[in-house]
Design a protein around this ligand. Structure first.
Ligand SMILES: Nc1ncnc2c1ncn2[C@@H]1O[C@H](COP(=O)(O)OP(=O)(O)OP(=O)(O)O)[C@@H](O)[C@H]1O
Ligand SMILES: [Mg+2]
Length: 247
C-alpha cells in the first residue's frame, strides 16, 4: 500500500516568499489497484510522482510504501523497495543500447534477447529493430518514451508510476500499451499509478485522483469521478474543484 501523508513541497520565490507546489497532499493507494492521477496542467502531478520516487525532496509530510517510511530514502533505496517511475520526458542515454537498459532494469546481465524483446513488444515496438539501437538523440520522442516504459515493465516493481505514458505515442502503440496495462492490472500483483489525460487510460482505473493547485481536489472510484470530469470537459469548463462541488 502507498500512503502519502500531508505532503508539501514549497520552493522559494523572488522577494523571499514561498510557492506551494504540493499543498498538504494525502492519498492512499491500495495494493494491486490501478489509480489514474489526472487534472489540469501545472497542478502538481509530476511533482507528486517525483516525490514518491525520491527525485524531489518534500518540505514536509511522509511517504510510506508497504508500511516502510521511504520519505528520506535515496532513489536507489526506493527502487530496491520496489518503486519505479517512468518520466514524462524520458532522458536519453548516449552510449547505452536498448538491450543494456533492459538488462539494467531487469537486474540481469544475462537477460536473454528473447526476454528483452518481449518487453519491447509490450509497448508496440518491433523488438529486433530496436534492441541494439543506442538510446541517443537518433531515436524519436515516441520511440524513447516507449523504450522507457519497457524498462519500467522489465523492473517488475511492486509500484509502477507512469507519467503520461500516452505522450507522443501513435494510436497503434497506444492500443498495445493500454492492453499491457490492463494485463498487468488483471494479475493484481503490482500497484499502478498512471498520470494521464487520456480517456482510454482513465477508463482502466479503479480509482481516479484529481490533482489541482497542488491539492487532491477529488479522489474516488472511477464511476463516481469520471462522469464529473467528462461533464466539465464537454461543457468547456476545467475540472476545478469548486465547479465539481456545484455539480
Ligand atoms: N522547482 C520548481 N520551481 C518552481 N516551480 C516549479 C518547480 N517544480 C515545479 N514547479 C511548478 O509547479 C507546478 C506543478 O508542476 P508539475 O510538473 O508537477 O505539474 P503537472 O500537474 O505534472 O502538469 P502537466 O499536466 O503539464 O504535466 C507547475 O506550475 C510548475 O511550473
Ligand atoms: Mg506532469
Amino acid at each position: 500500500m502507498l500512503e502519502i501523508r500531508s505532503l508539501r513541497y514549497q520552493v522559494p520565490e523572488e522577494g523571499g516568499t514561498t510557492l506551494g507546489i504540493l499543498n498538504d497532499v494525502s492519498l492512499t493507494i491500495g495494493d494491486g489497484s490501478l489509480v489514474v492521477v489526472t487534472g489540469p496542467n501545472g497542478g502538481g502531478k509530476t511533482t507528486l510522482a517525483k516525490a514518491v520516487m525520491g527525485l524531489v525532496t518534500p518540505t514536509s509530510g511522509q511517504i510510506l510504501w508497504n508500511g516502510t517510511d521511504v520519505t528520506h530514502m535515496s532513489i536507489t533505496e526506493r527502487a530496491r523497495q520496489g518503486i519505479s517511475y517512468g518520466f514524462q520526458q524520458p532522458p536519453r542515454f548516449k552510449g547505452l543500447k536498448v538491450r543494456d537498459l533492459l538488462c539494467l532494469a531487469a537486474g540481469r546481465e544475462d537477460l536473454a534477447t528473447e526476454d528483452a524483446c518481449q518487453y519491447l513488444t509490450k509497448v508496440g515496438l518491433c523488438a529486433h529493430d530496436y534492441i541494439d539501437r543506442e538510446v541517443d538523440a537518433s531515436l524519436s520522442g515516441g520511440e524513447v518514451k516507449r523504450i522507457e516504459i519497457a524498462t519500467i515493465l522489465a523492473r517488475n516493481s511492486g509500484l509502477m508510476i507512469f507519467d503520461e505514458p500516452e505522450a507522443g505515442i501513435d494510436l497503434w502503440s497506444f492500443a498495445k500499451l493500454t492492453e499491457t496495462f490492463r494485463a498487468i492490472h488483471a494479475k493484481r500483483k503490482a500497484t499502478l499509478m498512471i498520470i494521464s489525460h487520456q480517456e482510454r487510460i482513465i477508463d482502466l482505473a479503479d480509482e481516479i485522483v484529481l490533482i489541482e493547485d497542488g491539492k487532491v481536489a477529488r479522489h474516488g472510484p472511477k464511476d463516481e469521478i469520471f462522469p464529473l470530469i467528462l461533464e466539465r470537459t464537454s461543457t468547456g469548463c476545467t475540472y476545478l474543484s469548486q465547479e465539481v462541488d456545484k455539480a
